[in-house]
Design a protein around this ligand. Structure first.
Ligand code: URP
Ligand code: ZN
Ligand code: ZN
Ligand code: ZN
Length: 464
């Protein structure tokens, strides 16, 4: 047993002084002021610290095969890095290989994830349509603990689906009580613009954002919302990066639609100037989709988070090292798309969100943990500090600062976007399944300790 004493418990609703007792099954047994210390119980002093639900990252790609290579963080290294940053669970993506059955792909990903040190679940991507997809979606929801499916409107000739497939999947997901999630970029437009840029001799990373302007995302977000309206199904838009998409989500919500939006901290912090760095590798390391954008978009994303029109933050953690990024040296369309961030997310959001005065600590908990748990139906097991919930917690130092560097981070990748940046807000201790696994700079991650967290289907009234 573990007794966390003397801290301030912060939930999405309120903050209060109080202790947290964790039982030997890795769950919270009691919370309250001045809890008695049972015998055989380890004491953790949380004086001066905030005790918050561990972060949940609903968008990661550990060891994902993508663009001819495989993301360098695996389920062990990636989830371990998460613990060091205060994130205690992830929802990753099952991406079926061409022609592979969804259920079989999900089994493959279950195997890969057995090495995870923190809890995890999966969204499953629908990348084509046939009777077997229809059947496997049912099996995944009913037997597999999957309640969300992913759709790519971009990555033409790879993961992209057309509107017919999307509608079929929405119809099926709606009937099953599952949530459709979407990468909203018009893949035909991207492909067309990429070809135009290459033909004009624009081969460097600076062409990446030119091939994916804000209109490309705005159009796709609006189309996805329109399709969801036709099927009357809820919709979750991943990595929202534009004012256009934010406004489309807000407008749909004003009409009463269940549309949710996710924001990545990197889109809040970096702008398009990163693609003009002198050194090719520095620019290529920022290549992800959607790209980093002008400041006016960042203001809209902050506004979305502050107002609650955008509900969650994720990282899209998808790591590629120097040699992997180098695949696109002569052609920006071949630079593997993706950036790291699971270890940095909580600090970046505390510093730029809470220290800056934009968000309250309670809102921070909502956007890093609780809202995700609710939307993906793992609340109150996750995202909650109450008896019966999993004892996944972060003991947060709200005033300590640290300077980020790839040399001291734990992610299995050779850079961080935040190199040299000093941020206020540090995970002092992370508790996973009732045990201290990150202790003031010492990582005690155990390979294979992470558990698959099944997520039940939604009832119609349940959606967040
Ligand atoms: O560039 C990105 N985001 N890479 C990962 C795949 C995706 O689109 O989420
Ligand atoms: Zn296995
Ligand atoms: Zn995406
Ligand atoms: Zn992604």
């Amino acid at each position: 047993m573990l007794l966390i004493k003397g801290g301030t418990i912060v939930t999405a609703e309120r903050s209060m002084r109080g202790d947290v007792l964790c039982d030997d099954e890795g769950r919270i047994a009691a919370t309250g002021p001045d809890l008695e210390q049972p015998t055989d119980c380890t004491l953790v002093d949380a004086t001066g610290l905030l005790v918050m639900p561990g972060g949940i990252d609903p968008h990661t790609h550990m060891e994902m095969p993508f663009m001819g290579t495989t993301a360098s963080d695996d389920f062990y290294t990636g989830t371990a890095a998460g613990l060091a940053g205060g994130t205690t669970s992830i929802i990753d993506f099952v991406i079926p290989a061409a022609g592979q059955r969804l259920f079989e792909a999900w089994q493959d990903w279950r195997c890969k994830a057995e090495k995870a040190t923190a809890d995890y679940g999966f969204h499953v991507a629908v990348t084509h349509w046939d009777e077997q997809v229809h059947e496997d979606m049912g099996r995944l929801v009913q037997e597999g603990g999957v309640n969300s499916f992913k759709h790519f409107m971009a990555y033409k000739n790879a993961l992209m689906i057309d509107d017919t497939v999307f509608l079929r999947s929405m119809s099926r997901a709606g009937a099953l009580g599952a949530l459709c999630t979407v990468h909203a970029e018009n893949g035909d437009a991207v492909s067309f613009l990429q070809a135009q840029l290459l033909a004009a001799g624009e081969t460097g990373p600076h062409a990446h954002p030119l091939s994916r302007p804000a209109e490309v995302e705005g159009e796709a977000a609006q189309r996805a919302i329109a399709l969801a309206t036709l099927q009357n199904t809820p919709l979750y838009i991943v990595h929202v990066s534009t004012r256009e998409a934010t406004e489309a989500i807000a407008a749909a919500r004003l009409k009463g639609m269940k549309v949710y939006g996710e924001v990545l901290p990197q889109h809040l912090v970096f702008d398009e100037s990163v693609y003009h760095k002198e050194d090719w590798l520095s620019a290529a390391r920022h290549v992800m989709s959607p790209p980093f954008r002008a400041r006016s978009h960042q203001q809209a994303l902050w506004g979305g988070l502050v107002s609650g029109q955008l509900q969650t933050t994720a990282t899209d953690h998808c790591c590629f090292c120097r040699d992997q990024k180098g695949r696109g040296r002569d052609d920006f369309t071949k630079i593997p798309n993706g950036v790291p961030g699971i270890e940095e997310r909580m600090s970046v959001l505390w510093h730029h969100g809470v220290v800056s005065g934009r968000l309250t600590p309670e809102q921070f908990v909502a956007i890093t943990s609780t809202n995700t748990a609710r939307i993906f139906n793992i609340f109150p097991r996750k995202g909650c500090i109450a008896p019966g919930a999993d004892a996944d917690l972060v003991l947060w130092d709200p005033t300590a600062s640290r300077t980020l560097s790839a040399a001291t981070l734990h992610q299995n990748v050779d850079y961080t976007l935040y190199e040299g940046m000093t941020l206020t807000g540090v995970a002092r201790k992370t508790i996973s399944q009732g045990e201290v696994v990150w202790d003031d700079g010492t990582l005690r991650a155990v390979r294979g300790k992470g558990r698959y967290v099944p997520r039940p289907a939604f009832s119609a009234a349940q959606a967040f």
